[in-house]
Ligand binder design. Sequence first.
Ligand code: SF4
Ligand code: SF4
Length: 539
Amino acid sequence: MADETTPVAVAPAPTSSAPKPAAAPAAKPAEKAKVVAPAYRDYPTIPALKFDAMVESNPYVAAAAHNESVGFPGTLVDGWEQKAVAKMGELLGKYRSLRVYMDACVHCGACTDKCHYFIGTGDPKNMPVARQDLMRSVYRRYYTLPGKLFPRLVGARDMTKDVLDDWFRYYNQCSECRRCSVFCPYGIDTAEVTMAAKEIMHSVGLGHKYVNEIIGKVHKIGNNLGLPGPALENTLEGLEEDVLEDTGAAVKYPLDMQGAEVLLVTPSADFFAEPHVDSLIGYGKVFHAAGISWTLSSKASEAGNFGMFIGNYEQMQKIAMRVREAALELGVKRIVVGECGHAWRVAYAFWNTLTGVGAGANDPFAIQLQKQLDPNYKQPSHICEVTWDLIQQGRLKFNKEANDHRIVTFHDSCNVARGSRMGDYAGGQFDIPRNIIRAVANKYVDMSEATTREKTFCCGGGGGLLTDELLDLRVKGALPRMEALKEIVDRNGVNFMATICAICKAQFTKVLPYYGFKMGMVGGVHQLVSTAIVLNSEQ
Ligand code: SF4
Ligand code: SF4
């Protein structure tokens, strides 16, 4: 398991004089030469502009096979300019919000310094308003009268290859985290603009390799990592043996168990990656301690849904359908989602109409599922809601001292914080994970309120950007979160940052060393639960 117990070595606190460089990166030698973390700033400051600082940052373009495997044209189609403009028109008609976002911006500047990628890179095209303007300028040219008549006067641009290249570059430097929209007086959501731009690009054959490859694996095998059923079975058997050895309790990690009460759908990283697997161990212990029968599914072995990252509802639905099929086949009464930010956003906000999990879709299978699921529970539920309910009912016991070697903080993940809720009141998504942590650990400290709850900063790897060719962007984009973390590491000795998102866990594991922290200091909320929960070995 990851070692988060060793004291954390960090650079001294920033002073009011010149910013100090971050500690030397502890990464692979090849990466060291290219990727350097920005210096910690006097906090907070607005970065000086560095024009074209990130002009070289591009994700790999998807090969024809990857695009075609998910139903997009293999390469840039003939007449792509007109087709892209027509697709924009289709989206403007379909999503009223997009047209409002194109028209409503008054260029007040309130959003300019709110994006972690602008803060970390200084590239003015990473200001949210500038990112929107990449599309707005084309919108004006083709869909407004002044833009048609006097394009130069109103900053309207033709759809050209240069424009498309800028779209591919800078819309792939947006993690769709929605932080900027919290500060916009008009509520303009840059994430939706980014998703629309990605949908347009994919529709004309300019695909994102990392994202399309992953979607292809889900359609073919069932999860982002391409883990087949037998590999899952082996992993889960291994976990059962490990937990039995550690605790003496015969905790089960069932796969495809017909008639189980709960179907748990979790990110596939939980099956093998550290620290993710420690949370999976924790989920199993919670169900075991509460006496709830549960199962994982080889068909629905992925909670993540990369269809959202490219703004494509057909892909989102196709991926989500696997969950509905598994739920129907297994006959479960409840569907619970594991620790994954965008998975929870899709489940919370879209599953009802996409699949009929919850009220919404009304095809015969959706109606059958709604009859099958237990109305006494929220469908779907987040694992944190399940655990917190059980804690409140007194059905779980903890030895909090088992976590005393940890001084814990919590990183709110964007898609949970700004794209969904938990519990039955606004803000439950902030309180419930913290309530659980306080129930299982004695030492907890929040990071600066300017960087938590609805104002949380993205980890730097969301929105389909968690790929190695974007490492420089990811490291730079992590700067504001690392600064807030450093503050409480220096002041309070924090040595564990909990989070409930698979992408955050993977991103932080990679970038923490660039800022002088140990990668093992990030982990899941259910990792903390797992450490403290008291199990009855007779069960
Ligand atoms: S805060 Fe809103 S209105 Fe102001 S520049 Fe940004 S997007 Fe435009
Ligand atoms: S990454 Fe987040 S803050 Fe930056 S432009 Fe995109 S949605 Fe806004």
